[in-house]
Design a protein around this ligand. Structure first.
Ligand SMILES: [Zn+2]
Ligand SMILES: [Zn+2]
Length: 319
């Protein structure tokens, strides 16, 4: 995969866009997952992911630049550097939990079927759920509204042309890619932006095109992909000439918790000038600003990384 910067454009500042610009690439999402499992040398990652040397080296460099990986030079007689998560990338834990929930809801992923997540405080296998910290209700798309926040502005973003990777992520070898279908759907700059705009109620081609300065053939291609993946569905709104709107399906709406945890991560970690949240999300049932937390389905406790055990075929997998 190659990419080239071909100019700049501005978009409404959004923590989602900022987060996606930093880690929203397929390979970046996969690398963070590998390191989470303790696969942290260059050769191990290359073998696990089936990624080319050039792409891996490029993404590792990038993830260090944005503060999501820390490189440790070879220790204890080894010359190979190791890559470690930072507090910034460890904070993506909530996102990973919501990604696993979506993947389990919508796909049969053999690797994921062999994995069991146990919440240590209640000692039960669980499903991660996103709840409002104020009223405890499950968070869903139809219950939120948006207002500009203190950091509302426009962001200058690089416009890149990215040649599509010839490898579909579903063919990537890694056993650790527990939410590979999610990465396949969101790990592209334009598809993830289209989904985020759909959460704001946009449905028509012209509306998407107004927000995303991308060539119309690329936009059509990505909308088609999202329809094929069952995230969007076409609904006729005009007969002559025939015109469609793109509506989120139930599966598409199910991605909302993942996006929301990513938005919260972006609010905290991708605001270099400290201007505050570009956008505020209100939870309509309680009327408060939404602070979403990931909970255990069994005991309702808030999930903390060190209180969750992963097992693969019954074997402890925690790094
Ligand atoms: Zn609430
Ligand atoms: Zn529990």
């Amino acid at each position: 995969m190659t990419e080239a910067t071909v100019g700049e454009f501005t978009t409404r500042a959004s923590s989602i866009n900022r987060a996606l610009d930093q880690i929203g690439d397929k390979w970046c999402l996969l690398i963070i997952q590998e390191v989470l499992w303790g696969i942290n040398s260059f050769n191990e990652m290359m073998a696990a992911m089936g990624v080319s040397r050039g792409v891996l080296s490029n993404r590792l460099k990038w993830l260090q630049e944005v503060g999501c990986l820390r490189r440790e030079e070879g220790v204890a007689g080894s010359h190979r550097p190791r890559y470690h998560l930072t507090s910034k990338s460890i904070a993506l834990y909530d996102c990973a939990m919501m990604a696993i929930t979506w993947e389990r809801d919508w796909y049969q992923t053999p690797a994921l079927d062999r994995v069991e997540l146990v919440h240590l405080p209640c000692a039960k296998p669980f499903v991660a759920q996103l709840r409002c910290a104020c009223c405890d209700a499950l968070v869903c798309l139809r219950d939120v509204s948006y207002q500009p926040g203190p950091g509302a502005t426009r962001d200058v973003r690089e416009k890149k042309v990215r040649r599509r990777s010839s490898i579909a992520i579903t063919e990537v070898r890694s056993e650790h890619a527990l939410y590979r279908n999610l990465i396949n759907v969101v790990g592209d700059r334009w598809t993830s932006n289209l989904i985020a705009l759909s959460f704001h109620g946009l449905t028509r081609f012209e509306q998407f095109h107004q927000e995303l300065p991308v060539a119309t053939n690329i936009l059509s291609d990505r909308l088609k992909l999202l329809v094929e993946e069952g995230v969007l569905e076409q609904v006729v709104y005009q007969q002559r000439p025939l015109r469609y709107e793109y509506h989120l399906t139930e599966k598409g709406q199910g991605l909302f918790p993942w996006f929301l945890t990513l938005l919260q991560w972006g609010d905290t970690w991708c605001d270099p000038q400290g201007r505050g949240k570009p956008m505020q999300v209100t939870h309509n049932p309680c009327g408060e600003q939404l602070q979403a937390q990931v909970h255990c389905s069994e005991c309702h406790g808030v999930l903390k990384a060190h209180e969750v055990r992963f097992t693969l075929d019954g074997e402890d997998m925690n790094p």
